[in-house]
Design a binder for this molecule. Structure first.
Ligand code: FAD
Length: 375
């Protein structure tokens, strides 16, 4: 067959764009299409008031994989952003993740030994109420892991806003571990490398797609589904797996987030990129102040305004952005059934978070492509 393209790549997120980059390097002719009005998938940023606004949710790149880190830095250099979220519970601030700063703010303890003693006392209390039985729900589970104070001020209501359900009605397995750090360290990630591309994620996507034909506003199902084999030898599909098979086994569920984004007439609204609101007093779970991902020190004040996004966890209905796969039996089984169907499509590569129905951070998505043999 003398097709025009070696690959038709559906989706210009990190999977599609990284695949296109490597295929192009290997001398393959690629056509990238995306149904959104812009390239980049979920890492796309919109520039508002000179600030890169993470339109599809705040994205912080982090990895332990040096190959992935070197690769992304070969496309665009990354800055020194370190994720250190703050929790606001009824106007009082706590550092996250749970560490010596948090314990000092919570109890006034100043040594690891005193912090540990306090946590252990509260865990013993929680275990005593269980009277030897296993935790029956998320609330009981969390209480046995970190005790009452941390649970009530930093976990309970935040988790209830995220899931739209009481912690007593959520299964215990959602929280397997709640690591506590007995050191003064507010760095959320344990990974060796983290940061944000200097100039924003669009630079990363532009670099990956440099020299490659890419079209926006093109839906595979409208324009190519029935004729793609006339256009390309192989298909790389990063859209939703159930949609590819025309939902013939049923629809997969997703969880989603609504973002209310606005400009504030101040250079510095909350002094940090991420502030979690851990009580029911606010209906949103977090406020993101986008400029702090890329502006540090005095640069924050070089821009007179700021852009913030309130995040609202919302039940997913058709037509919304599918953000997080639902990890329950129905959806896991259904996704597995769809995965079995993909094995019959020998000229199609299914990749990325939507086609695999799995939550992946950015680095593992890139790692998957780096490990693929592109032929
Ligand atoms: C709210 C949120 C926050 C996140 N934060 C982080 C973070 O802080 N750090 C981190 O490492 N990871 C984070 N992630 C994960 C990260 O977004 C993913 O790892 C990454 O987006 C995966 O890239 P992808 O190419 O698989 O998917 P996507 O980026 O979703 O790209 C898929 C693309 O396919 C297009 N498409 C779908 N169907 C069609 C069709 N029929 N025709 C044409 N185009 C189509 C879509 O428009 C989209 O552009 C977050 C994810 C979410 C949801």
């Amino acid at each position: 067959m003398n097709a025009k393209y070696d690959y038709l790549i559906v989706g210009s997120g990190l999977f599609g764009a990284t695949f296109a980059y490597h295929a192009h390097k290997a001398g393959k002719k690629c056509l990238v299409i995306d149904k959104r009005p812009q390239l980049g998938g979920n890492v796309y940023c919109e520039n508002i008031e000179g600030i890169n606004v993470h339109k599809y949710g705040a994205h912080i790149f982090h990895t332990n994989n040096k190959q992935v880190w070197d690769f992304v830095n070969s496309i665009v250099e990354f800055n020194r952003y370190t994720n250190s979220p703050i929790a606001n519970y009824k106007g009082k601030l706590y550092n996250l993740p749970f560490n010596m700063n948090t314990f000092y703010q919570m109890w006034g303890v100043t040594t690891p030994a005193d912090a540990l003693k306090k946590i252990e006392e509260q865990k013993v209390e929680a275990l005593a109420t269980l009277n030897g039985r296993e935790p029956a729900n998320l609330e009981e589970q969390a209480l046995t892991l970190v005790g009452k104070d941390i649970f009530e001020k930093l976990i309970k209501e935040y988790t209830e806003k995220q899931w739209g359900r009481s912690c007593k009605d959520l299964p215990a397995f959602i929280i397997k571990r709640l690591p506590v750090r007995l050191i003064f360290d507010n760095n959320y990630f344990n990974d060796r490398y983290q940061g944000i591309p200097i100039g924003g994620y669009n630079k990363l996507i532009d670099g990956l797609l440099d020299g490659i034909e890419a079209h926006t506003g093109v839906d595979f199902f409208v324009e190519y589904k029935n004729k793609w084999r006339n256009v390309a030898n192989k298909l790389v599909y990063t859209g939703a797996i159930d949609e590819y098979f025309n939902y013939k086994l049923g629809r997969l569920d997703w969880r989603t987030v609504n973002f209310k984004t606005r400009i504030e007439n101040t250079p510095n609204y909350q002094g940090n990129a991420v502030v979690n609101y851990t009580s029911h007093d606010q209906p949103y779970t977090r406020i993101i102040e986008h400029k702090h991902f890329e502006m540090f020190g005095q640069t924050v004040y070089d821009y007179p305004k700021t852009v913030i996004s309130e995040e609202y966890s919302t039940e997913y209905t058709n037509g919304m952005e599918p953000y997080y796969p639902v990890n329950d039996e129905r959806n896991n089984t259904l996704a597995e059934e769809y995965r079995k169907l993909t094995t019959t499509e020998t000229d199609v590569i299914f990749g990325g978070r939507l086609a695999q129905y799995k939550y992946y951070d950015m680095a593992p998505v890139i790692e998957q492509v780096l490990n693929m043999k592109i032929i």
